[in-house]
Design a protein. Sequence first.
Length: 578
Amino acid sequence: MEPPPKNGSTDSSASEPGGDVAKVETRSLNFIEQIIEADRAAGKNNGRVHTRFPPEPNGYLHIGHAKSICLNFGLASRYNGLCNLRFDDTNPAKEDVEYVDSIQEDVRWLGFDWDERLYYASDRFEELYQFAERLIQEGLAYVDSQHLEEMRANRGTVTEPGKDSGDRSRSVEENLDLFRRMRAGEFEDGAHVLRAKIDMAHPNMLMRDPLLYRIRHAHHHRTGDRWCIYPMYDWTHGQCDSLEGITHSICTLEFETHRALYDWFIEKLGLHHPQQIEFARLNLNYTVMSKRKLLELVENKLVSGWDDPRMPTICGLRRRGFTPESIRAFCDRIGIARMNSVVDLSWLEQAIRDDLNTKAPRVMGVLRPLKVVIENYPEDQIDELEAANHPADESFGSRIVPFSREVYIEQEDFLEDAPRKYFRLSPGREVRLRYAYLVTCTSVVKDDDGHVIEVRCTYDPASKGGNAPDGRKVKGTIHWVSAKHAVDAKVCLYDRLFSQESPDDVPEGQDWKDGLNPGSLEILSDAKLEPSLATAAPGERFQFERNGYFCVDQDSTSESLTFNRTATLRDSWIKQNK
């Protein structure tokens, strides 16, 4: 799948906190920026721009939320405005402080800050309740005692109008009495609900007397047991936007049909009216973006947790080794569109490659080791070789890499029966050991099953640094690690979480989880790394030459080093799946 067309240039300041406002003039505006520009030119809201990021604390944030975070905080920064962080915490059964804390950590990690503007919908519960009583007093809301199944049956269809509830004609006094008793805890869950009185024949089914409150005897992570009725999301969201002084309420496209309801509440209550603008949510192939499905993966232990590096969660990407800069650059590159589309996962992977290419020091690590014994190299000799930490940036400096008689190379860098155009090590062929010497394979050692377990070579002592003294050309260059100095490590190789491009689209009767990629994680427990990595700290990122970009896992220790592969050096998925 190709991503949607980019709305603007690749100027990364567009999505970075504190970006230079003046740079706006050098890039084309996306449609939301065009709306804001027009509002400012007309003097609407006195030129103010005030946005918000309003997650529900019922799960960990994923890459789709990152797009919304970058958009809302980016707009505020670009127009010298404000952006709030607000938790729409109206469902105590699914919310938790763990999610609240993780969301704040993720937003900060991406590079954004809400200053003192941290809000919770639960802080507005009393105001929302009073608003609901106002609607009742004005004959615009009523308590409905139908069973949920009855309400659903009477709602109608897209082609047939709904039916009025028999409780729709209750008096204002009766409705107020019932609603107050609902608040006082006199009724069981499901006994009553509060509904807006709009139009049961409205073509927009969300306007057919929507629910405002339901009874739920559940402990809330902030309000405890003070409430046993909780406002619905649609009732809460718009009023909180209004009370916070939001000017532009940026939502994803699925909320477009909710806008009429949002407007109706605001207008009937006579409140400040933020402008709702919808944009296309981020959809990635080879993964799922539903918090419900991600939670199911976690609860069924199909992944190791929310921060499993295969997950599209922000904490999972962080643990895998992604940088906030790469995610902001990715969000900027895909742009803001009005129409839904699917972005290829390779665009996200390329964003981290582009970022780490300039940031990650180069090191040598052998993932699947094969021992090489250099027979004419003195047994007690150790060479200290200088290796560049970055091929294109001298500011990274260099390091000393030890070389000895026995080294490890990758198993795939040796082939006993090699074709003519194979330029790595094979019997009788010469290759360059990076930064070291030219070596030629003379023989092999095999186990009882005939597998090569050791390669014997000779080296050219005059080729130190990897250059032939007589000018002969050697096409193959491979990396290596001194066996005597190697650091043992566990390396986790991650692939796409699903084998199917569209894991949500499964035939009826099949489980979407059947599309999980059985090869999404490969653990190599016997990797050999150069000694400079012995003190690598959790979170540090490196390029293992020829193998990709790697990050030290957060649980890694000096006694048990663990590296996660962040990305390969190039996108090999397309070639593998042609």
